[in-house]
Write a protein that binds this ligand. Structure first.
Ligand code: SF4
Length: 333
Protein backbone atom coordinates (compact mmCIF):
# COMPACT_ATOMS: atom_id res chain seq x y z
CA UNK A 1 0.00 0.00 0.00
CA UNK A 2 1.27 3.52 -0.77
CA UNK A 3 1.75 5.98 2.10
CA UNK A 4 -1.52 6.38 4.02
CA UNK A 5 -3.49 9.57 3.56
CA UNK A 6 -5.13 9.09 6.95
CA UNK A 7 -4.27 6.75 9.82
CA UNK A 8 -5.92 5.96 13.12
CA UNK A 9 -3.51 4.24 15.49
CA UNK A 10 -4.66 2.40 18.63
CA UNK A 11 -7.86 4.44 18.69
CA UNK A 12 -10.38 3.82 21.46
CA UNK A 13 -13.54 5.64 22.40
CA UNK A 14 -15.38 5.20 25.67
CA UNK A 15 -18.62 6.96 26.59
CA UNK A 16 -20.00 7.34 30.09
CA UNK A 17 -23.68 6.43 29.99
CA UNK A 18 -25.88 9.12 31.61
CA UNK A 19 -27.25 8.01 34.98
CA UNK A 20 -30.87 6.90 35.00
CA UNK A 21 -33.38 8.40 37.48
CA UNK A 22 -33.16 5.56 40.00
CA UNK A 23 -29.35 5.79 40.12
CA UNK A 24 -29.49 9.58 40.51
CA UNK A 25 -31.93 9.24 43.42
CA UNK A 26 -29.67 6.60 44.99
CA UNK A 27 -26.76 9.03 44.58
CA UNK A 28 -28.73 11.81 46.28
CA UNK A 29 -29.39 9.43 49.19
CA UNK A 30 -25.67 8.97 49.66
CA UNK A 31 -25.06 5.76 47.71
CA UNK A 32 -22.12 5.98 45.33
CA UNK A 33 -23.55 5.95 41.77
CA UNK A 34 -22.13 3.31 39.46
CA UNK A 35 -21.19 4.85 36.10
CA UNK A 36 -21.60 2.58 33.11
CA UNK A 37 -18.87 2.82 30.48
CA UNK A 38 -19.69 2.02 26.84
CA UNK A 39 -16.63 0.68 25.00
CA UNK A 40 -17.65 1.91 21.55
CA UNK A 41 -14.24 1.52 19.88
CA UNK A 42 -11.41 -0.53 21.33
CA UNK A 43 -7.82 -0.17 20.10
CA UNK A 44 -8.48 0.10 16.35
CA UNK A 45 -5.79 0.69 13.71
CA UNK A 46 -6.85 1.88 10.26
CA UNK A 47 -4.79 3.26 7.39
CA UNK A 48 -6.36 4.47 4.15
CA UNK A 49 -4.15 5.15 1.13
CA UNK A 50 -4.76 8.04 -1.25
CA UNK A 51 -7.36 7.09 -3.84
CA UNK A 52 -8.42 3.97 -1.93
CA UNK A 53 -12.00 3.11 -1.01
CA UNK A 54 -12.20 1.24 2.28
CA UNK A 55 -15.52 -0.28 3.28
CA UNK A 56 -16.34 -0.55 6.97
CA UNK A 57 -19.04 -3.09 7.83
CA UNK A 58 -20.62 -4.53 10.94
CA UNK A 59 -23.91 -4.70 12.76
CA UNK A 60 -25.56 -1.68 14.42
CA UNK A 61 -23.70 -0.76 17.58
CA UNK A 62 -20.36 -2.28 16.51
CA UNK A 63 -18.68 1.15 16.64
CA UNK A 64 -18.30 1.84 12.92
CA UNK A 65 -20.07 5.23 12.99
CA UNK A 66 -18.10 6.27 16.08
CA UNK A 67 -14.91 5.35 14.25
CA UNK A 68 -16.04 7.39 11.23
CA UNK A 69 -16.68 10.42 13.44
CA UNK A 70 -13.23 10.06 14.99
CA UNK A 71 -11.69 9.91 11.49
CA UNK A 72 -13.47 13.15 10.54
CA UNK A 73 -12.59 14.85 13.84
CA UNK A 74 -16.17 15.20 15.08
CA UNK A 75 -15.25 13.04 18.08
CA UNK A 76 -12.01 13.05 20.03
CA UNK A 77 -10.72 9.54 20.78
CA UNK A 78 -10.29 8.53 24.43
CA UNK A 79 -6.94 7.04 23.42
CA UNK A 80 -4.84 6.70 20.29
CA UNK A 81 -3.61 8.96 17.52
CA UNK A 82 -4.97 10.42 14.30
CA UNK A 83 -2.48 11.11 11.51
CA UNK A 84 -2.84 12.93 8.23
CA UNK A 85 -0.16 12.26 5.60
CA UNK A 86 2.02 10.73 8.31
CA UNK A 87 1.77 13.67 10.74
CA UNK A 88 0.00 13.52 14.08
CA UNK A 89 -2.84 16.03 14.12
CA UNK A 90 -2.15 16.92 17.74
CA UNK A 91 1.31 18.18 16.69
CA UNK A 92 -0.03 20.47 13.94
CA UNK A 93 -0.52 24.22 14.18
CA UNK A 94 -4.13 25.52 14.29
CA UNK A 95 -3.81 26.64 10.64
CA UNK A 96 -2.62 23.19 9.56
CA UNK A 97 -5.41 21.51 11.50
CA UNK A 98 -7.92 23.80 9.79
CA UNK A 99 -6.62 22.74 6.37
CA UNK A 100 -7.01 19.07 7.39
CA UNK A 101 -10.54 19.79 8.66
CA UNK A 102 -11.48 20.99 5.18
CA UNK A 103 -9.69 18.10 3.48
CA UNK A 104 -11.81 15.57 5.43
CA UNK A 105 -15.55 15.80 4.96
CA UNK A 106 -18.45 13.63 6.03
CA UNK A 107 -21.55 12.60 4.09
CA UNK A 108 -24.39 11.95 6.51
CA UNK A 109 -27.09 9.30 6.48
CA UNK A 110 -30.10 11.62 6.55
CA UNK A 111 -29.62 14.35 3.92
CA UNK A 112 -32.75 16.21 5.04
CA UNK A 113 -31.74 16.43 8.71
CA UNK A 114 -28.26 17.62 7.76
CA UNK A 115 -29.47 20.49 5.51
CA UNK A 116 -30.61 23.78 7.05
CA UNK A 117 -34.27 24.09 5.92
CA UNK A 118 -34.10 27.91 5.98
CA UNK A 119 -31.21 28.21 3.55
CA UNK A 120 -31.37 28.07 -0.24
CA UNK A 121 -29.21 25.55 -2.10
CA UNK A 122 -26.83 28.32 -3.16
CA UNK A 123 -26.10 29.14 0.48
CA UNK A 124 -26.05 25.51 1.67
CA UNK A 125 -23.42 24.57 -0.88
CA UNK A 126 -21.68 27.91 -1.32
CA UNK A 127 -21.33 29.37 2.16
CA UNK A 128 -18.39 27.31 3.46
CA UNK A 129 -16.09 27.95 0.47
CA UNK A 130 -16.73 31.72 0.83
CA UNK A 131 -16.12 31.64 4.59
CA UNK A 132 -12.89 29.67 4.15
CA UNK A 133 -11.63 31.96 1.38
CA UNK A 134 -11.71 29.37 -1.42
CA UNK A 135 -13.91 31.64 -3.57
CA UNK A 136 -15.23 35.20 -3.35
CA UNK A 137 -18.87 36.03 -2.71
CA UNK A 138 -19.25 37.19 -6.33
CA UNK A 139 -18.02 33.79 -7.58
CA UNK A 140 -20.43 31.85 -5.39
CA UNK A 141 -23.33 31.47 -7.81
CA UNK A 142 -21.23 30.14 -10.71
CA UNK A 143 -19.23 27.91 -8.36
CA UNK A 144 -22.38 26.35 -6.88
CA UNK A 145 -23.97 25.93 -10.32
CA UNK A 146 -20.88 24.05 -11.50
CA UNK A 147 -20.96 21.80 -8.44
CA UNK A 148 -24.68 21.13 -8.92
CA UNK A 149 -23.97 19.99 -12.45
CA UNK A 150 -21.17 17.75 -11.24
CA UNK A 151 -23.49 15.90 -8.84
CA UNK A 152 -26.34 15.65 -11.37
CA UNK A 153 -28.57 18.49 -10.17
CA UNK A 154 -30.19 21.06 -12.42
CA UNK A 155 -28.45 24.38 -11.72
CA UNK A 156 -31.73 26.20 -12.40
CA UNK A 157 -32.82 24.98 -8.95
CA UNK A 158 -30.07 26.95 -7.19
CA UNK A 159 -32.62 29.17 -5.36
CA UNK A 160 -34.63 26.23 -4.04
CA UNK A 161 -35.05 25.17 -0.40
CA UNK A 162 -34.34 21.60 0.79
CA UNK A 163 -38.04 20.70 1.18
CA UNK A 164 -38.56 21.33 -2.55
CA UNK A 165 -36.22 18.45 -3.47
CA UNK A 166 -36.66 14.67 -3.48
CA UNK A 167 -34.63 12.42 -1.17
CA UNK A 168 -32.16 11.57 -3.94
CA UNK A 169 -31.73 15.24 -4.85
CA UNK A 170 -31.13 16.15 -1.21
CA UNK A 171 -28.45 13.47 -1.03
CA UNK A 172 -26.80 15.11 -4.05
CA UNK A 173 -27.01 18.53 -2.35
CA UNK A 174 -25.24 17.02 0.69
CA UNK A 175 -22.52 15.61 -1.55
CA UNK A 176 -22.09 18.94 -3.37
CA UNK A 177 -21.82 20.73 -0.02
CA UNK A 178 -19.01 18.38 1.01
CA UNK A 179 -17.24 18.81 -2.35
CA UNK A 180 -17.48 22.60 -2.13
CA UNK A 181 -14.48 22.83 0.22
CA UNK A 182 -12.37 20.64 -2.13
CA UNK A 183 -11.86 17.66 0.17
CA UNK A 184 -9.49 14.77 -0.42
CA UNK A 185 -11.10 12.25 1.93
CA UNK A 186 -14.82 11.58 2.39
CA UNK A 187 -16.31 9.55 5.21
CA UNK A 188 -19.67 8.29 3.96
CA UNK A 189 -21.69 7.10 6.95
CA UNK A 190 -24.66 5.02 5.74
CA UNK A 191 -24.91 7.62 2.97
CA UNK A 192 -27.39 5.53 0.97
CA UNK A 193 -29.43 4.03 3.80
CA UNK A 194 -32.23 6.62 3.72
CA UNK A 195 -32.77 6.35 -0.05
CA UNK A 196 -35.05 4.15 -2.16
CA UNK A 197 -33.26 1.18 -3.71
CA UNK A 198 -33.49 2.62 -7.26
CA UNK A 199 -32.01 5.95 -6.11
CA UNK A 200 -29.29 4.16 -4.10
CA UNK A 201 -27.82 2.75 -7.32
CA UNK A 202 -27.70 6.22 -8.92
CA UNK A 203 -26.04 7.85 -5.91
CA UNK A 204 -23.61 4.94 -5.57
CA UNK A 205 -22.59 5.44 -9.21
CA UNK A 206 -22.16 9.14 -8.47
CA UNK A 207 -19.71 8.31 -5.66
CA UNK A 208 -17.79 6.00 -8.00
CA UNK A 209 -17.68 8.66 -10.75
CA UNK A 210 -16.51 11.37 -8.33
CA UNK A 211 -13.72 9.15 -7.11
CA UNK A 212 -12.49 8.67 -10.66
CA UNK A 213 -12.88 12.34 -11.64
CA UNK A 214 -11.53 13.99 -8.49
CA UNK A 215 -9.16 11.31 -7.13
CA UNK A 216 -11.13 11.10 -3.90
CA UNK A 217 -10.46 8.68 -1.08
CA UNK A 218 -13.40 7.17 0.84
CA UNK A 219 -14.17 5.45 4.09
CA UNK A 220 -17.50 3.91 3.17
CA UNK A 221 -19.45 2.88 6.27
CA UNK A 222 -22.47 0.70 5.69
CA UNK A 223 -24.42 -2.21 7.10
CA UNK A 224 -25.25 -3.12 3.47
CA UNK A 225 -22.68 -5.68 2.38
CA UNK A 226 -23.82 -5.53 -1.25
CA UNK A 227 -23.18 -1.77 -1.44
CA UNK A 228 -19.78 -2.12 0.20
CA UNK A 229 -18.77 -4.88 -2.19
CA UNK A 230 -19.71 -2.71 -5.16
CA UNK A 231 -17.72 0.35 -4.14
CA UNK A 232 -14.75 -0.79 -2.00
CA UNK A 233 -11.19 -1.89 -2.75
CA UNK A 234 -10.76 -3.26 0.75
CA UNK A 235 -13.19 -4.14 3.52
CA UNK A 236 -12.78 -3.91 7.29
CA UNK A 237 -15.16 -5.90 9.46
CA UNK A 238 -15.92 -4.59 12.95
CA UNK A 239 -17.40 -6.47 15.84
CA UNK A 240 -18.09 -4.97 19.27
CA UNK A 241 -15.64 -2.11 18.87
CA UNK A 242 -12.79 -4.03 17.25
CA UNK A 243 -11.66 -4.74 13.71
CA UNK A 244 -11.75 -8.53 13.37
CA UNK A 245 -10.85 -8.88 9.69
CA UNK A 246 -9.49 -6.79 6.82
CA UNK A 247 -9.02 -8.01 3.26
CA UNK A 248 -9.25 -6.98 -0.39
CA UNK A 249 -12.93 -6.94 -1.27
CA UNK A 250 -13.10 -9.88 -3.65
CA UNK A 251 -10.92 -12.07 -1.43
CA UNK A 252 -13.09 -11.34 1.60
CA UNK A 253 -16.38 -12.07 -0.16
CA UNK A 254 -15.00 -15.19 -1.85
CA UNK A 255 -13.51 -16.71 1.30
CA UNK A 256 -14.20 -14.90 4.58
CA UNK A 257 -11.74 -16.00 7.26
CA UNK A 258 -13.15 -14.83 10.59
CA UNK A 259 -16.21 -16.72 11.87
CA UNK A 260 -17.99 -13.40 12.41
CA UNK A 261 -17.38 -12.34 8.80
CA UNK A 262 -18.69 -15.72 7.69
CA UNK A 263 -21.85 -15.17 9.77
CA UNK A 264 -22.26 -11.65 8.43
CA UNK A 265 -21.96 -12.76 4.79
CA UNK A 266 -24.31 -15.67 5.39
CA UNK A 267 -26.87 -13.06 6.47
CA UNK A 268 -26.85 -11.10 3.19
CA UNK A 269 -30.51 -10.93 2.19
CA UNK A 270 -31.62 -13.12 -0.65
CA UNK A 271 -33.60 -11.52 -3.45
CA UNK A 272 -36.53 -13.81 -2.86
CA UNK A 273 -36.87 -12.92 0.82
CA UNK A 274 -35.77 -9.26 0.71
CA UNK A 275 -35.03 -9.50 4.44
CA UNK A 276 -31.72 -8.89 6.14
CA UNK A 277 -31.00 -11.09 9.11
CA UNK A 278 -27.60 -11.70 10.60
CA UNK A 279 -27.20 -15.33 11.50
CA UNK A 280 -27.74 -15.80 15.24
CA UNK A 281 -25.19 -18.41 16.17
CA UNK A 282 -25.86 -18.75 19.89
CA UNK A 283 -28.36 -17.07 22.13
CA UNK A 284 -26.26 -14.61 24.11
CA UNK A 285 -25.48 -11.29 22.39
CA UNK A 286 -22.57 -9.50 24.06
CA UNK A 287 -22.87 -5.83 24.95
CA UNK A 288 -20.39 -2.95 24.49
CA UNK A 289 -21.32 -2.00 28.09
CA UNK A 290 -19.73 -5.16 29.35
CA UNK A 291 -17.69 -6.74 26.56
CA UNK A 292 -16.61 -10.30 27.31
CA UNK A 293 -12.96 -10.97 27.98
CA UNK A 294 -10.96 -12.92 25.44
CA UNK A 295 -12.45 -12.95 21.96
CA UNK A 296 -15.52 -10.69 21.95
CA UNK A 297 -17.20 -13.05 19.52
CA UNK A 298 -16.81 -16.18 21.65
CA UNK A 299 -20.34 -16.27 23.09
CA UNK A 300 -21.70 -16.55 19.53
CA UNK A 301 -18.90 -18.43 17.80
CA UNK A 302 -19.50 -22.09 16.89
CA UNK A 303 -15.73 -22.74 16.85
CA UNK A 304 -14.94 -21.24 20.27
CA UNK A 305 -12.22 -23.04 22.21
CA UNK A 306 -11.34 -22.78 25.90
CA UNK A 307 -8.62 -20.20 25.20
CA UNK A 308 -11.10 -17.98 23.31
CA UNK A 309 -12.85 -17.16 26.61
CA UNK A 310 -9.81 -15.66 28.29
CA UNK A 311 -7.32 -14.86 25.54
CA UNK A 312 -7.90 -12.03 23.09
CA UNK A 313 -6.82 -13.02 19.57
CA UNK A 314 -4.58 -10.45 17.92
CA UNK A 315 -4.89 -9.35 14.32
CA UNK A 316 -2.33 -11.22 12.26
CA UNK A 317 -1.55 -11.53 8.60
CA UNK A 318 -3.08 -14.67 7.11
CA UNK A 319 -2.23 -13.87 3.47
CA UNK A 320 -0.71 -10.87 1.69
CA UNK A 321 -2.97 -7.89 2.40
CA UNK A 322 -5.28 -9.93 4.67
CA UNK A 323 -5.49 -9.81 8.45
CA UNK A 324 -7.83 -11.59 10.82
CA UNK A 325 -8.17 -11.94 14.60
CA UNK A 326 -9.06 -15.55 15.31
CA UNK A 327 -7.31 -18.32 17.27
CA UNK A 328 -8.24 -20.78 14.52
CA UNK A 329 -5.51 -19.17 12.41
CA UNK A 330 -2.93 -19.98 15.12
CA UNK A 331 -4.03 -23.62 15.03
CA UNK A 332 -3.53 -23.82 11.26
CA UNK A 333 -0.21 -21.92 11.11
FE1 SF4 B 1 -14.30 -18.04 17.42
FE2 SF4 B 1 -12.22 -18.28 19.06
FE3 SF4 B 1 -11.88 -17.37 16.59
FE4 SF4 B 1 -13.11 -15.88 18.42
S1 SF4 B 1 -10.96 -16.55 18.45
S2 SF4 B 1 -13.74 -16.14 16.33
S3 SF4 B 1 -14.24 -17.43 19.55
S4 SF4 B 1 -12.55 -19.41 17.17
Amino acid sequence: MSEPLIELRGVSKRFVKPLDTATRIAGALGMAPRHEIVHAVDGVDIAVAKGEVVGLVGESGCGKSTLGRIAVGLLEPSAGARRWRGRDLSAMTPAERQRVRLAIQMIFQDPYASLNPRLRVQEIIGEAPVVHGLITRSQQKDYVAELMGRVGLNAALIRGFPHQFSGGQRARIGIARALAVRPEFLVCDEALAALDVSIQAQVLNLFIGLRADLGLTYLFISHDLGVVRHVSDRVLVMYLGRVVESAPTEALYAAPNHPYTQALLAGIPRLESGRKTYVPIRGEVPSPLDPPSGCHFHPRCPHAMARCVSEQPSLREIAPGRISACHLNDATS
